[in-house]
Design a protein around this ligand. Structure first.
Ligand SMILES: Nc1ncnc2c1ncn2[C@@H]1O[C@H](COP(=O)(O)OP(=O)(O)OP(=O)(O)O)[C@@H](O)[C@H]1O
Ligand SMILES: [Mg+2]
Length: 366
């Protein structure tokens, strides 16, 4: 038999994948064949990552080719995994999400998680299909704030990939690392582990088709932020801050991080949390305990909208601890504030989509 690409390809049709019960050529596993004076080189990509039949298929290919072209012909068969990765992202659970919005803050404890949870619910109440990803893998607070610390995601297998089913509660789909670890003890990951866990939460959640996915980020500007912009095409970011000076310096850092040359994520606006204190029994009183209009000034300086102001009310902390988000009741002061905020965020996203091209994932060079 003459040794060329076609004869090798014809022979490879005899190799059947034991699980798929089809030959490796029809399965599209043969990615490259080189056949010439220097021998035969074959590159295969099998249907599953770490395919359990990989080594037996490789052995069968080698022995078949040796039978036909003799033992002295140099033959190399390589199993590739690279393509596999591409397949994973093509099949990623995020492929049918229209808008992905990061909820960020330069500083800890300013109310990112509170805003992310309530904003997601308020957007869902407008009739949009909405999800919430808790990307704070070091200190996930979404399970407590949504009263779902006992939820254990069901895992299903699809095309050889494991997919986690998000929690469906309060009209939104929720995923958090807190569903997999004991949320009463702090989660300690080394950097690369945390980013790997986050990648799985992003791509292996069965989000389904959605209009909005909000991402609750950890505080600051670290590894997780970089992973998020690499893994997800962010539509934009909103930045949460309280009105006092120290917090505002961090807003600037946050804006600059998203606007940095290589990152280039549109900043949709600032959300002022704890904008004023209003006692429950005196809803018309406003005490500006952290200063007045701080966020508005920064917003003007950086030419971004101030998307909303959320008052500081005792009930909000209690609601967070009890796992019943305030946005569910739009008659309350805070419920109203989140309702208005959701309108402003939707408007800012629509405006962004009209004026800017769709976001791409960021390639960060190592
Ligand atoms: N507007 C508000 N009124 C009253 N309490 C609030 C308000 N916003 C947030 N809180 C409370 O402040 C605390 C911190 O809020 P939250 O956990 O949302 O902040 P965070 O920025 O996500 O924190 P971390 O940086 O730890 O992730 C919580 O106990 C929350 O209930
Ligand atoms: Mg938080």
């Amino acid at each position: 038999m003459e040794m060329n690409k076609d004869t090798v390809l014809t022979l490879l049709k005899e190799i059947i994948h034991p699980e798929k019960k089809q030959d490796i050529v029809s399965l599209g596993c043969v990615k490259r064949i080189a056949a010439g004076d220097s021998g035969i080189e074959i590159e295969l990509v099998l249907p599953r990552k770490h395919d359990p039949f990989g080594s037996s298929i490789k052995r069968n290919v080698l022995s078949l080719l040796e039978q036909h072209f003799g033992k002295t012909t140099p033959i190399t068969v390589t199993l590739l995994e690279e393509e596999q990765k591409k397949n994973v992202s093509e099949k990623s659970g995020i492929s049918s999400i229209k808008n992905i919005i990061a909820v960020s803050a330069g500083k800890g404890g300013v109310g990112k998680s509170t805003v992310a949870v309530n904003l997601a619910i308020a957007v869902a109440l407008q009739g949009y299909r909405t999800g919430l990803l808790d990307a704070d893998v070091y200190g996930p607070s979404v399970p407590i704030m949504t009263g779902s610390t006992d939820y254990k995601p069901f895992v299903k297998e699809e095309d050889g990939l494991q997919k986690m089913i998000p929690l469906d509660k309060f009209g939104i789909r929720i995923m958090s690392i807190g569903f997999f670890v004991d949320s009463s003890s702090p989660v300690i990951w080394r950097g690369p582990m945390a980013t790997n866990v986050l990648k799985q939460l992003i791509h292996q959640t069965d989000w389904g088709s959605m209009d909005y996915l909000f991402i609750d980020l950890p505080p600051g500007t670290g590894d997780i932020h970089i992973s998020i912009v690499q893994e997800l095409p962010l539509t934009g970011a909103v930045i949460v801050s309280t009105p006092q000076k120290v917090a505002l310096a961090d807003v600037v850092k946050g804006i600059e991080m998203f606007r940095a040359d290589k990152i280039n994520v549109p900043v949709l606006g600032i959300i002022e949390n704890m904008a004023w204190f209003t006692p429950e029994e005196m809803p018309s009183h406003r005490y500006y305990i952290f200063g007045k209009e701080g966020c508005r000034k920064v917003a003007e300086k950086y030419h971004v909208p101030l998307l909303g102001q959320i008052p500081l009310v005792m009930g909000l902390t209690e609601a967070g601890d009890e796992g019943i988000p305030v946005a569910l009741d739009q008659e309350t002061q805070t419920g109203k504030a989140f309702h208005e905020l959701s309108l402003a965020v939707i408007k800012a996203v629509e405006e962004r989509n009209r004026t800017l091209p769709p976001s791409k994932k960021v390639e960060v060079k190592k």
